[in-house]
Design a protein around this ligand. Structure first.
Ligand code: NAD
Length: 453
């Protein structure tokens, strides 16, 4: 494995770029930013990169806006569940296998939906933003912390409208939970416990199997691998969906769910960057993510928290939930949901199931008739409207970037169980571990190096 670059300070971003060998800037295309003013009847031209899996519902969600025209579709897999179905539904849209070609020919495109596996989010989205295009990008925003910071900088520099695909944020359940905290129902929050106890349907804690399988004629494996190190194709191990379990492509259970489950925690408490974190996890296999981890974060306190700092603990693993004794007023008789959070407040405790309406305890203190209920909004149409200047997004990269950074720092912690990592967000530095610092970024395949901001 080639040595990892070490981003040490935000202010030395240029040197960091050089370390990554960006002189070739192979996938940097023309830069430029614009804020187009849309006429009342003018539609937003949208391209979708990754049209199968979640990309299909992302595309339908955005295209639900009558002000959107689906102009281009890109997928490395031409079969029906991937490019095929989208091409049938939007026959007028241009079709691509290679997103770089799409970007080359994309003058008429205003906005791009990025629904590829995690490791390709930043490479695609950064080029789109450098071209002044608005971006909707799936969660977690990126594969590395450094990429997440770059996404924030690129969105700002190019003045584009952004939204991360943590669509549950816009669900009534999560919006209501945030309002319950903001309205002071549970008082200031003393600690938070968040968990995902479900069974992931992707490979965990395994070694890479020997050999290779023939690449199906409908899959472009070279394009799928993109910025990642090359490896032989194996059926059902990577594409589609199963890539989540592999460090080169995905971010494990915390990366997969953290940007959903921790989102109402971030939104309601207005959290910023953690100052430290420590993980408990079995030693990682060389290439896959673990099957259970606990990450204990410390964040600076906010107006919504009881102390100068607040502890937020993440738990994952099949059947793993927080111990009952730390859950404040939540009675032992209450069945905790499979995934969610408990915010322990000075006046009461709030359970935020993933995804169901939040629940306040002690029950007799919070009659239902006195509880707020916030209606859902449309996460996708909100973005499309915002791109046309008619709304603002709630998970723009200046919000979802720091959320993703915190989640991905947790995945770095999982690589170093038992070591307390001190995080200096302003300097983009894990102050007390050079070994951990290296995982803020990663090597990129030659010829595929992104062009940073
Ligand atoms: N917000 C949510 O609730 C939610 C749910 C599921 C997945 N996701 C996210 O959506 C993304 C995709 O996940 P998935 O489960 O749909 O994965 P998937 O592998 O099932 O689907 C990805 C799609 O992108 C295509 N693709 C892969 N690489 C590509 C490339 N370089 N260019 C163009 N197309 C490419 C694949 O062929 C496939 O059609 C991930 O980031 C994941 O975390 C979010």
């Amino acid at each position: 494995m080639s040595p990892r670059p070490t981003p040490s300070r935000l202010t030395t971003r240029r040197q960091f770029g050089k370390q990554l060998g960006l002189a070739s800037a192979a996938i940097a295309l023309s830069a430029g930013s614009y804020s187009r003013v849309f006429g009342a009847n003018e539609r937003l031209s949208v391209a979708s990169v990754g049209t199968g899996g979640k990309g299909w519902s992302d595309l339908l969600g955005v295209a639900a806006s009558p002000a959107v025209r689906v102009a281009a579709l890109c997928d490395i897999d031409s079969s029906k569940p991937h490019l095929g179905r989208a091409a049938e539904k939007y026959p007028e849209a241009k079709q691509y296998a290679d997103w770089r070609k799409l970007m080359d020919e994309s003058k008429e495109i205003d906005a791009v939906i990025v629904s590829t596996p995690d490791f390709m989010h930043a490479p695609v989205a950064l080029v789109a933003m450098q071209q002044g295009k608005h971006v909707f990008c799936q969660k977690p925003l990126t594969h590395t912390v450094y990429e997440a910071r770059q996404m924030q900088l690129a969105a700002k520099k190019n003045n584009v409208v952004t939204q991360m695909g943590n669509q549950i944020q816009s669900h009534s359940a999560y919006r209501t939970a945030v309002e319950m905290v903001h309205s002071g129902l549970i008082g200031k929050v003393k600690e938070v416990h968040s968990w995902q106890s479900g069974t992931p349907a992707w490979p965990r804690h395994i070694e890479r199997p020997e050999g290779s399988d023939p690449v199906p004629s409908h899959v472009n494996w070279e394009l799928w691998q993109g910025v990642a190190p090359e490896r032989p194709y194996k059926e059902d191990l990577y594409h589609p969906f199963a890539w989540r379990g592999w460090q080169d492509y995905g971010t494990g259970q915390l990366g997969d769910f953290g940007c959903h489950i921790l989102d109402p925690v971030f939104k309601s408490l207005e959290l910023t960057a953690p100052t430290q974190l420590v993980a408990e996890a079995p030693p990682l296999k060389p290439e896959t993510w673990t099957d259970a981890a606990t990450v204990r974060y410390v964040f600076p306190g906010t107006e919504r928290t009881a102390g100068e700092t607040i502890n937020v603990t993440w738990y994952d693993g099949v059947g793993v939930k927080p111990p009952r004794e730390v859950l404040g007023d939540v009675p032992a008789s209450y069945d905790l949901p499979q995934a969610g959070s408990v915010l322990v407040g000075e006046k009461g405790s709030l359970v935020i199931p993933h995804v169901a309406m939040p629940k306040l305890f002690p029950e007799d203190k919070y009659p239902e008739s006195e509880q707020p209920k916030v209606e859902a909004v449309d996460h996708y149409v909100q973005w499309a409207d915002a791109c046309r200047g008619a709304d603002t997004t709630t998970s723009a990269f200046d919000y979802s970037g720091p959320l993703t950074e915190a989640v991905l720092l947790g995945t770095i912690g999982i690589r170093f169980p038992g070591e307390t990592l001190q995080w200096d967000s302003a300097q983009l530095r894990i102050a007390n571990s050079d070994a951990a610092q290296k995982f803020l970024s990663k090597p990129y395949r030659k010829g595929w190096e992104p062009s940073w901001v």
